[in-house]
Design a protein around this ligand. Sequence first.
Ligand code: COA
Length: 322
Amino acid sequence: MVGKIKGTGSYRPVQVWDNDKLSHMMDTSDEWIRGRTGIGQRHIASGGETVAYMAARAAEEALSDARMRPEEIDLLLVSTMSSERIMPCAACEVQKLIGAVNAACFDLNGACTGFLLALNTAQAYLGQQIYRRALVIGSETLSHLTNWEDRSTCVLFGDGAGAVVLEAEENAVYIQAAHSIGSRGEALTCVSRNQQQFIEKDADLSSTYMQMDGKEVFKFAVSKVPEVITEVLEKAGKTKEEIRFYMLHQANKRIVASVSKHMNEPLEKYPMNIENLGNTSSASIPLLLDEWNKKGRLNSGDWIILSGFGGGLTYGASLLQW
Ligand code: COA
């Protein structure tokens, strides 16, 4: 017994910043950003578009897609590393906003692999028959963690939320592999702002924005993602040809292209929406899944592999049947 995805939803902040806007804010260009990353624009949260608000909007859409009522949800997980509030957790705020009064709620932080890790957690609960229906959400306001004076990172990220509703089913399939390499964690860091100010009164706050060794992260992703996808295929006894879509965390078009080449599987099997959304960390996989679902690109019975990677360093892949 594991969970089957019954519905998907998403939320994109109203404000959109394209590359031309960024080129007026700093020394960069549409040509550089598109060429190196595939990103053309990103949504930027404003006003009341918090992690919890966006998560709730995505959750409502996923519930409506699943034709389920909020009270039917037993478990509500939010994957985020950018929540405005430490307490109450975003999942409890979502519970309040959507009226999922019967759900146990908590947040997880696994950086850009977070959604996949939250999905694994929900599947463990459903597999043990502790809960029957789960809402799993990835929601990020990365623009709050972005140093807008650091052109090497700020052009990469965007805000948004994606959600899925799972229901336990006898014949559903979910096979996963997840790994972490804490010893390489310094490649992608962000120190808590409160912590930094507490340690040192006039602290340099630059470390409280996302800092990254771009080349190191790139090398990590292009080597580990094909490895973990292969691991899941072997565990499942499936061939790569049987997979309809490989839905990767949207960090960089060149990373996706490199994985497709490594796997020797056509790029058409690797959906991308990074051009419009940028890297939305743990929201990127459910945003992509929702887009493909709403476009009617997913057919019942399709085998899909999701794969995430990022800060930690963390990475993983999961096979599911649509
Ligand atoms: N606009 C214009 N020029 C820029 C720039 C920008 N936004 N950012 C950096 N540059 C410049 C650099 O200063 C450097 O100039 P120099 O050669 O004169 O020193 C040049 O572009 C090349 O920079 P470099 O960092 O070597 O580029 P790169 O080819 O490694 O690409 C990334 C940079 C960030 C796009 C790439 O490393 C990457 O995508 N890494 C993975 C990051 C990622 O996905 N992280 C999230 C994982 S979850």
